[in-house]
Design a protein around this ligand. Sequence first.
Ligand code: NAD
Length: 470
Amino acid sequence: MDELVVSRSPHAPSDVLFEEGATSAAKVNRAADLASGSQRQWAAMPAISRERALATVAAVLEERSGELAALVVREVGKPLAEARGEVARAAAVVRFYSQQTLAANGEVFPSGSPDAMQFVVRRPVGIAGLITPWNFPVLIPLWKAAAALAYGNAVLLKPAPAASACARWLEDLVAGSLPAHLLQVLPGGAETGRAVVERSDALSFTGSTAVGSALAAHANRLGRPVQAEMGGLNASIVLPDADVEFAAGVIASAAMAYAGQKCTATRRVIVVGDPDALTEALAEQVRALPCGDPASAGTVVGPVIDDLSRQRVLDAARTEQSQGARVLAGPKPFGPGWGVTPALLDRIDASSPLLREELFGPVCVIIRAGSADEAVARTNETQYGLSAAVFTHDLDMALRLVPRLDAGMVRVNGPTTGADHHIPFGGVKRSSIGPRELGTSAAAFYTHQQTVSFGPQPWAAVDPLEEPVA
Ligand code: NAD
């Protein structure tokens, strides 16, 4: 029997939003054949036509943003304010890439003769295979797809099963504005994902480090370009001179909003010097975060994505407590769905898995450091390197610390979370593989460079460094 893809609301698990058989490898192949034909037409269209088509997608997305935000809330339990922000950012990213269709796409170089010319031009790779996570069910698929399309590619999108309804909604949305088969959504799990890798000219993945590393190896074996954005164990360093109340407020939200289900969420708070004031303020802020129905306007912490994820949070806190940790807040289940209040832990054991592996949920630990140097060492001691933050008034110190942090993105006096669609996004170490996403950096991944040399007849490219044949 075919694998079934089911997506249900984490707030009300009896509410099933999507139920369909997984896309078979044969169907993925058919989709890729159709995408290929459509891609050739799309790439041959005038750039201004691609600009108009993508601008229309952005406009329709904005028009229907309320409907989509409500679907995001219902399908993945993202609190309403964040869901609205995600949809607004997604429309902005599509608009940004609609404009990129008209940007310069190459460089001209000097050539051997004044009437000859050499240039490098960016060409589309063909079919971009996108494999995406459930936690940003609109923004991540669209930030990849809009870039891929802008640079002349077709898209095969394999969404996470838990975000299938949002992905299908997006496919229907673009259907009116883009050529047929240019963007196709292929619901499924691991098997569908592998079939997509097989038929992609370039693979862009976002998800866990374990899956991303395996898929990158698969794409490498096939000789295909790959980009993988993966997990993190992001640290916020609080220096002794920091404004404690401000830092605690920012960190509480960066760690726990959307139940900590962001790759950039703060998982470790590294306090330099006396930790008491910050620990107390942070515990108070975390305990005060409104938890509940994600559809209610004031909710900051909704449910986690499924029962297993909730169980992991409860088990982790119980294990740490049994080994001597102090539990300063949470975790307590709340209903009707898979809610769990955020867990803040202090004095955890040095051997704790929370210091090595990402736990994707509302769990954050406090770490004490005797000096800024030690804080840097603690920040860098994991396999990950996605984002980091430093809280201080001391500009000198901030400038010295930032270059020493193993992190693709660093904020001084800001949250580890957040992404600007016009700025490169990504990590180092086992958080990322391949070129950066977003902004104009995306061009490096979704295109290849073709070097062209030509001149009037009769013309031949003569290398002046070569000895003339006597
Ligand atoms: P996941 O790795 O379980 O799944 C990601 C995607 O891969 C899904 O579409 C899934 O169906 C697919 N997949 C899973 N196993 C596969 C296999 N064997 N072959 C092919 N495809 C397979 O991740 P998730 O639970 O959906 O998302 C949470 C993870 O994503 C966290 O680790 C989080 O840190 C990470 N994430 C990273 C970023 C980033 O930009 N760095 C952003 C968001 C989420």
